[in-house]
Ligand binder design. Structure first.
Ligand SMILES: [Fe+2]
Ligand SMILES: [Fe+2]
Length: 215
C-alpha cells in the first residue's frame, strides 16, 4: 500500500482511481500516506462552495414555519439588497450565508456562519455575522421579556455601527414575500470566488479596518 501510494504524484479533483491509506489509527500513518491525504484534501477544499450551496438549497425545503418566506428566500433577499446597494463581494456572499447555521446550529447560528466565513472575508464582515443575532434582538426581544439592548455591550467596538446597519438594512428588512430577489444561481459564482481565496490571507482579512457596508 505504501509503495503504491508513494508512486502517485498527484490526485486531481475528479480523479476516480481509488487509493486509501492502510492505517486504522492516525498515529500509524506514514509520511507517504499523509501526503496522499493532503492531495485529496486540497481537492476537497476546492469543493467547499458546492457544499455550502447545497446547504443553501436545503433551506428552501427545511425551513422554519410561521414566516411568510423560506430561509432560502430570506438569504436571497438579504443578499440581493446588499448587492443592489453596491456592497462588495465579501458582503454579498456573507449576507447570503449569514443564516446558513439555522439548520445545523439553531442555538448559535450566527457563530456557525462566522466560522465558515472567517478564513475568506474581511474581519469586519465576519465580526458582523458573528454578532448579528445579538444585534437583531433590538427588533423583537422585548416581546419575549428579554434584553432588547444586548448589542450595547459591543458599543465601544469599532465594528458596532456596521453591525447596526447590516441588521437594519439587509437582515431585519428581508422577510417580505413581495420583494423580487435574485435567484441563487446569480450568487453562485460569487460564493465560488470567495471560497477559492487563500485562507487567512491578511490582504483579504484586513483585520481591524472599518469600512462599513459600502466596501
Ligand atoms: Fe440570523
Ligand atoms: Fe437573517
Amino acid at each position: 500500500m505504501t509503495e503504491a501510494i508513494a508512486a502517485q504524484d498527484s490526485v486531481e479533483p475528479g480523479d476516480t482511481e481509488d487509493r486509501t491509506v492502510s492505517f486504522t489509527q492516525m498515529k500509524d500513518g506514514t509520511r507517504e500516506e499523509y501526503l496522499l491525504l493532503q492531495r485529496y484534501e486540497a481537492a476537497h477544499h476546492t469543493d467547499t462552495a458546492e457544499r455550502l450551496l447545497r446547504e443553501m438549497r436545503l433551506q428552501a425545503e427545511e425551513t422554519i414555519p410561521g414566516y411568510q418566506i423560506t430561509r432560502l428566500e430570506h438569504a436571497l433577499q438579504s443578499a440581493t439588497r446588499a448587492h443592489r446597494e453596491g456592497a462588495g463581494l465579501d458582503w454579498v456572499v456573507a449576507t447570503l450565508l449569514h443564516d446558513i447555521g439555522d439548520g445545523l446550529a439553531p442555538q448559535n447560528h450566527d457563530r456557525f456562519a462566522a466560522e465558515i466565513l472567517r478564513p475568506f472575508v474581511r474581519d469586519e464582515v465576519t465580526w458582523v455575522v458573528e454578532r448579528h443575532g445579538a444585534f437583531q434582538m433590538v427588533y423583537y426581544a422585548h416581546h419575549y421579556g428579554w434584553d432588547q439592548y444586548e448589542r450595547e455591550k459591543y458599543r465601544d467596538n469599532p465594528y458596532y455601527q456596521t453591525c447596526v446597519d447590516f441588521c437594519e438594512r439587509w437582515d431585519q428588512s428581508s422577510f417580505d414575500p413581495a420583494y423580487e430577489s435574485e435567484p441563487l444561481a446569480f450568487f453562485e459564482p460569487m460564493v465560488r470566488e470567495v471560497f477559492l481565496r487563500k485562507a487567512y490571507d491578511e490582504a483579504v482579512l484586513q483585520t481591524g479596518v472599518v469600512k462599513g457596508l459600502a466596501a
